[in-house]
Write a protein that binds this ligand. Sequence first.
Ligand code: TZP
Ligand code: MG
Length: 214
Amino acid sequence: MTRTPLDLRLYLVTDTDMCGDHGLVRTVREAVSGGVTVVQLRDPDASDDELVALGMLVRKGLEGTGIPLIVNDRVHLVKQIGADGAHIGQDDLPVPEARSILGSSAYLGLSVHNHEQLMTARENDWDLDYLGVGPVWRTTSKADAEAPIGVSGLKAVASDSPWPCVAIGGVNARRTGGLSASGVAGVAVISAICGQPDPETAAFALRAAWEESP
Ligand code: TZP
Ligand code: MG
């Protein structure tokens, strides 16, 4: 089955705590109004039941927008949430196992931190839709984040990747400008949208920076 390619230009990864009083669903909806093209539900601290409950609310909030919902790590919850796919890291379940749980119609993204991990994915010809590449810059939004790979590390992966790549880690509107020249299909952010007083304006600024980038 062929999946419609994702529009990866502005990829929002959620952080429930960071959304705080503004609220997760409200943040997601406003961010989509501002130009977010994909939403990933990420909450490593939530139990499966809590994530399903949150996921159903977010999915409902996205109804009618056409914006896909991707679930971080918990591949086994994608169907229950009614999401469009999953995103897994290097230490999560193996790609073929994730793909077999998801079936061929759901999206699957993989985090890649270096060229060696890209080569492993390529050699295995994994059935992926995109790669999340980073952290490009230092980030405080992920407890166990790897060392930053910089724009040069990002370019090295993106230029040899058969899959579209999304830059993640420390991305903000100021830094977005230069990133399309790195060969990526878009940028992924947590803190540049979650916890911002006005997520719609924040998303709009990121999207504008992406569209205006050379
Ligand atoms: N994976 C690599 S860096 C990162 C994740 C989930 C966190 C990105 O958060 P921020 O706030 O956009 O730096
Ligand atoms: Mg993970």
